[in-house]
Design a protein around this ligand. Structure first.
Ligand SMILES: NC(=O)c1ccc[n+]([C@@H]2O[C@H](COP(=O)([O-])OP(=O)(O)OC[C@H]3O[C@@H](n4cnc5c(N)ncnc54)[C@H](OP(=O)(O)O)[C@@H]3O)[C@@H](O)[C@H]2O)c1
Length: 370
């Protein structure tokens, strides 16, 4: 039986490379790779292990060329978009994919993209589209769901820490600085099912469970976390974006104006990671009404790699027939067991562990009165 054809746009970028490598590891799909420049695409293809199957095909195209994009999508069963910045790409790739009769997966996706793709899927009701298949949004929703599904009592509270010491591509930096627009609110949290009246403060130089060094922790309530809390019946939800290293924290505190902020963020991350290993952690703690806590920890080397790996998992879920037609958020729609099995087999996930304890108890010191 022939394998489903998956076209990857932005294949040689940081996220695209991880997604293609992971899809190649799954051995479930025939791959078509696209981007603007030929050399990195050829290098990516050349670096994939030979497995006896036909190697991926490679095409160059610019997203601005609608006809070329349409030709690329034609004949694909699924098109995975890893090109960015997402706020400039918007629904361009989704539009071409769905018009060509392909299903769609996007490694990025905020509330704006959701509305755009929803309109497209309404016009193609037999198609499936999956957005927000990244680290956050994406794994940030899947992992609390996995922890809840494997627990013996429903959770009442969720506490999360996501981040580390890592690089930003210029593309990811440009999107990250716009993350408040159509995605969530800094300083916010849920208490008793509603947004807390007073904003939580950013914590600097704080020790956090499982993090190997003091870091800056910015409270952030995403619309994704609000939906997950609602679906799990969780009343209290607190989530922190975590940055180790002073330079990124400083740029996020006071981003320069005049369009310089993405480059400033990229450079700050270079300074913070100079001579240091990069890492990303997702720490999720769920507590039941009886006060019993469980904690999940996922560890990887970079946000781009974890995003690419989860995007590949979303493609596998889609072509495996586990998602109905319509539009989905990856972290909220994928079967957690299916996803976690694939994640734990990935070289990019160095640890995925669950503990029958609260995060501070098992992962070290955490300050009181968060
Ligand atoms: N959710 C998360 O946790 C998370 C984490 C990291 C990144 N992301 C998102 O993932 C996306 C990719 O980020 P990245 O760090 O991988 O960026 P990147 O390394 O800069 O890669 C971007 C890719 O897009 C391609 N591209 C850009 N404009 C194009 C155009 N007009 N036509 C064709 N191809 C084009 C580039 O091709 P060429 O190099 O050939 O120009 C490149 O391969 C971004 O939207 C980012 O925000 C999400």
């Amino acid at each position: 039986m022939s394998r489903p054809v998956v076209g990857v746009v932005g294949a040689a970028g940081a996220v695209g490379t991880a997604a293609v490598t992971e899809l190649h590891r799954h051995r479930r799909h025939a791959l078509r790779l696209a981007g603007r420049r030929r050399a990195p695409l050829d290098a990516l293809r050349g670096g994939l292990s030979a497995d006896g199957d036909a190697p991926p095909t490679v095409e160059t195209l610019d997203l601005a060329d609608t006809d070329a994009l349409q030709r690329f999508c034609a004949g694909c069963d699924v098109v995975l978009n890893c090109a960015g910045p997402a706020h400039l790409v918007e629904d361009r790739v989704a539009r071409a994919a769905l018009a060509s009769g392909a299903d769609y997966v996007d490694a990025a996706g905020d509330d704006v993209l959701w509305e755009q793709v929803r309109a497209l899927v309404t016009g193609a009701p037999e198609r499936t589209a999956v957005i927000s298949a990244g680290m956050m949004p994406g794994l940030s929703a899947l992992l609390p769901r996995h922890l809840a599904a494997t627990g013996s009592a429903p959770p009442r509270a969720v506490l999360g820490y996501l981040g580390g010491r890592d690089r930003f591509t210029a593309t990811a930096a440009a999107d990250y600085l716009r993350v408040g627009e159509g995605f969530g609110q800094a300083g916010a949290a849920l208490t008793g099912g509603v947004r807390a009246a007073r904003p939580l403060p950013t914590r600097t130089d704080v020790e956090l469970p499982f993090f190997p060094e003091p870091a800056t922790a910015v409270p952030y309530l995403s619309t994704e976390l609000e939906r997950v809390a609602r679906s799990l019946g969780v009343a209290d939800a607190t989530w922190y974006s975590v940055f180790a290293g002073p330079h990124v924290a400083q740029v996020l505190r006071q981003p320069p104006g005049g369009g310089d902020a993405p480059e400033a963020l990229r450079r700050a991350a270079e300074l913070d990671t100079f001579g240091q290993p990069t890492y990303q952690l997702i720490v999720v703690e769920l507590t039941t009404a009886a006060g019993d806590a469980r904690t999940l920890v996922l560890r990887g080397a970079s946000a781009s790699a974890l995003t690419g790996v989860f995007a590949a998992v979303a493609v596998a879920a889609l072509t495996g027939g586990t998602l109905p037609a319509g539009l989905h958020h990856a972290g909220e729609a994928l079967d957690p067991r299916f996803a976690v099995d694939l994640l734990t087999g990935s070289a990019e996930v160095s640890d995925l562990s669950v503990y029958d304890s609260d995060a501070a108890g098992v992962g070290g010191h955490v300050e009181e009165a968060l």
